[in-house]
Design a protein around this ligand. Structure first.
Ligand code: SF4
Ligand code: MG
Length: 331
């Protein structure tokens, strides 16, 4: 079956005061119905830029490559054409629900508005839909709360409202950009559980964007690790956690808190800063931070510093590294 979302050779460039920046470089991935792809990376890795490009929200960027939704090419569509797809076939939720919710309108009206726009439904019908959606995302007393304003909801409940709004018109693709980053751990787990449940019940294709591999472990089926605007590793969640091939992925895993941590041993962070997109280095973007390259022979190190590694290796688990390791992760 063809993937619901198929991105191929996507490149996104911005003109900045200091020169052109290539925020995403030759990125390809597929997402199937009923699956969740986790896109992981630090801030500046290009993961949010990718999601905005898919939604057609980059008005100032130069986007090349192909983005197909259920076979339909999205690049080159007019704003009007994209507007018809947004909400109706693809929807997005963000870290901060307040950025998407209007403070002066009751949440029910905001959910209903989407329905009215896309389906031309009458007021009463749209309102009933809003109540249904609030119930579906686990908001107690939806009949009452539908008339409340965003500020009357807690952070976690607001995120539920935003999910209700995103799913009101039955999109097939949901993009969630750091949906739980602003929430405390307990609420975070509840929201991830909600997204996973809705994903299963509705057969959604989900793209979950996060800096946190712990979040990926909870809900994703497949993972794409990004660094400096490029894909550096792709695998099923199980394979990625069992045998992280790229040193950056291994570093992300090592910096995760573990359940079996008995003492307060410090977490190992990846030292150094993300690469400059303005003046990309000629070799591997991760080289200045890479402990594997540092421990390698002079010849291998030279290759890391001068030749950009391309995605390669096993078909189901490629990595962009000259010295990939498919050995088990440190327990
Ligand atoms: Fe490290 Fe070299 Fe692999 Fe880059 S190519 S991640 S520098 S080992
Ligand atoms: Mg971001």
């Amino acid at each position: 079956r063809q993937p619901l979302l198929s991105v191929s050779d996507l490149t996104v460039r911005f003109a900045t005061r200091n020169g052109p920046v290539r925020a995403v470089d030759a990125l390809s991935f597929d997402v199937h119905r009923g699956r969740t792809l986790g896109i992981v990376g630090e801030s500046g890795s290009g993961k949010s830029v990718t999601s905005m490009a898919v939604m057609g929200l980059h008005t100032t960027a130069e986007v090349t490559g192909s983005i197909r939704l259920d076979g339909q090419e999205l690049t080159g569509l007019t704003e009007r054409e994209l507007g018809r797809l947004r909400g109706r076939r693809m929807a997005m939720i963000f870290q901060d629900p307040l950025s998407s919710l209007h403070p002066y309108y009751p949440v029910g009206e905001q959910i209903a508005e989407h329905h009215r726009v896309h389906f031309g439904s009458r007021r009463a019908v749209a309102r009933r839909r809003a109540v249904e959606m609030l119930a579906e995302v686990g908001i107690p007393e939806p009949e009452r709360r539908v008339d409340e304003y965003p500020h009357q909801f807690s952070g976690g409940m607001r995120q539920r409202v935003m999910i209700a709004m995103a799913l009101a018109c039955e999109p097939e693709l949901l993009i969630a950009d750091e949906p739980t980053t602003a929430l405390d751990v307990t609420v975070q787990a509840q929201i991830l559980e909600l997204i996973a449940r809705l994903q299963r019940e509705r057969g959604l294709a989900v793209v979950l964007i996060t800096h946190d591999l712990g979040v990926v472990a909870r809900v994703a089926h497949e993972v794409l690790v990004m660094y400096g605007g490029r894909a550096v590793e792709e695998a099923s969640v199980d394979a990625l956690f069992a045998t992280p091939a790229h040193p950056y992925t291994r570093g992300l895993l090592d910096s995760l808190p573990r359940l079996d941590d008995t003492d307060d041993a410090p977490l190992r962070a990846i030292l150094g800063s993300p690469p400059s997109l303005l003046t990309p280095a000629p070799g591997c973007a991760f080289a200045p931070r890479c402990d594997r390259a540092a421990a390698a022979s002079a010849g291998e190190r030279l290759r890391c510093e001068t030749e950009q590694p391309l995605l390669g290796g096993p078909a189901g688990h490629p990595a962009a590294c000259h010295l990939p390791s498919y050995e088990g992760a440190t327990p």
